[in-house]
Design a protein around this ligand. Structure first.
Ligand code: MG
Length: 393
């Protein structure tokens, strides 16, 4: 069997590093690294490119180019700098591409990999939330395979039998519920960044921790799931599960519910996508159900977590609404983290931006290009800034 050729977009981030760690543990000849990209960490990128014998590497930040060139001096590794160079990396002939660039910068290179029909592992939420229609149309055209890396979607992908699609009643995304799972509205109103980023089960950055606390992360995941599994939003449910052991479930017509379980460790879904359709060894902790003893599940409270309803409304509205929702949320979370607005104001600001965005000309049509997605994103940011300013008074 020949090696699976691999390109990592976002090689120096947490998902990129975990992927390379798994590749390093695999037997020789199973994986062959073609290209690696990073934002501006030239020194680490060059070291990884040398270690994994990549053919090409690229930094998105043009000003990091000279440092990359210097760090690769004497090697046979080709390199480039700037957003075009990252797209060139995505367009190179690799069987499997990890799309792990955070934010809007990942859209164009991810689309480039989808367009040439690669197996694309999606770790970038924006690609499906903001450009889901575009990504899926291009994948249908090119024959690209989309592999979800988000733990919930990866779990559902494993339990979802596409041949029995007409017998699938619903899918269920689990949510830890975040630090405010049991909090009162009063506590949530008074909460500051320190309380909101204290995530109980997963270790994550500040932005995603706040998204977990508001459950906007789950809202965005509902949109992701609707695209990935081609289901209407009524067939995508959310279940609060504080232990984060059951990651996702699929309910079939016969009443059977299939779930995927595992310790909360991103290396399991990454390994699943990397080896798919086969399996591989990982150093992840094994799940000891007897030691755990019990698992708990709750329905999410729509009053305390309005972000879930906002995301459903944005998906139903379609067009640019999900891109506006995502961008407005980034601005509102940043405003909360720097003390401008309260915790409950995050959803209020996002709601206001999404409603205003729906009145923009052409808002009802799904973005037909990455440029159209970026326009909607810019509009969402502008509208959210206005809402934040008003709420901060
Ligand atoms: Mg997730």
């Amino acid at each position: 069997m020949s090696a699976r050729t691999i390109t990592l977009l976002g090689a120096t981030g947490s998902v990129g590093r975990a992927t390379l760690d798994l590749i390093a543990r695999a037997e020789d000849g199973v994986y062959e690294v073609i290209a690696l990209t990073a934002n501006n960490n030239a020194a680490e990128l060059a070291a990884l490119a040398r270690r994994f014998r990549a053919r090409f590497c690229a930094v998105a930040d043009e000003s990091a180019g000279p440092a990359l060139g210097e760090a690769l001096a004497g090697s046979a590794i080709a390199w480039g700098a700037g957003p075009r160079a990252v797209e060139d990396a995505a367009a190179m002939d690799a069987d499997w591409v990890m799309a792990a660039i955070v934010g809007a910068a990942g859209l164009q290179p991810t689309l480039a990999a989808v367009r040439r029909g690669a197996c694309v592992a999606f770790a970038n939420k924006e690609a499906l939330v903001c450009a889901g229609v575009l990504m899926l149309e291009e994948a249908a055209r090119s024959g690209a395979t989309l592999l979800p890396v988000d733990s919930e979607h990866n779990a559902i992908f494993q339990a979802f039998d596409p041949d029995q699609r007409s017998h699938i009643r619903r899918i269920i995304l689990t949510a830890s519920g975040g630090p405010f799972h049991n909090a009162t509205l009063e506590t949530m109103r008074a909460a500051g960044p320190a309380q909101a980023v204290a995530h109980p089960t997963w270790t994550m950055g500040a932005k995603i921790s706040v998204d977990s606390a508001t459950m906007m992360n789950k809202g965005l995941e509902i949109i992701e799931a609707c695209h990935l599994f081609a289901l209407p939003q009524e067939q995508v449910d959310v279940l609060v599960h504080p232990e984060s052991i059951v990651h996702g479930l699929v309910e079939y017509a016969d009443g059977g519910l299939l779930a995927q379980l595992g310790c909360p460790d991103m290396r399991t879904p990454i390994a699943h996508a990397l080896a798919w359709p086969r399996r591989m060894e990982t150093p992840v902790d094994r799940l000891d159900l007897a030691r755990l003893g019990a698992l708990s599940f709750f329905s999410p409270d729509p009053q305390r977590f309005p972000a879930l309803g906002l995301a459903r409304t944005a998906f139903l509205a379609g067009g640019t609404a999900p891109a506006v929702l995502n961008a407005a949320n980034e601005i509102a979370v940043a405003a909360f983290l720097n003390g401008q607005i309260g915790f409950l104001d995050i959803a209020a600001a996002v709601s206001e931006a999404v409603e205003a965005g729906a009145r923009a000309p052409g808002a009802g049509a799904a973005p037909a290009s990455i440029d159209a997605v970026l326009d909607a994103d810019a509009n969402g940011r502008r509208l959210a800034h206005a809402a934040v300013t008003r709420l901060a008074r």
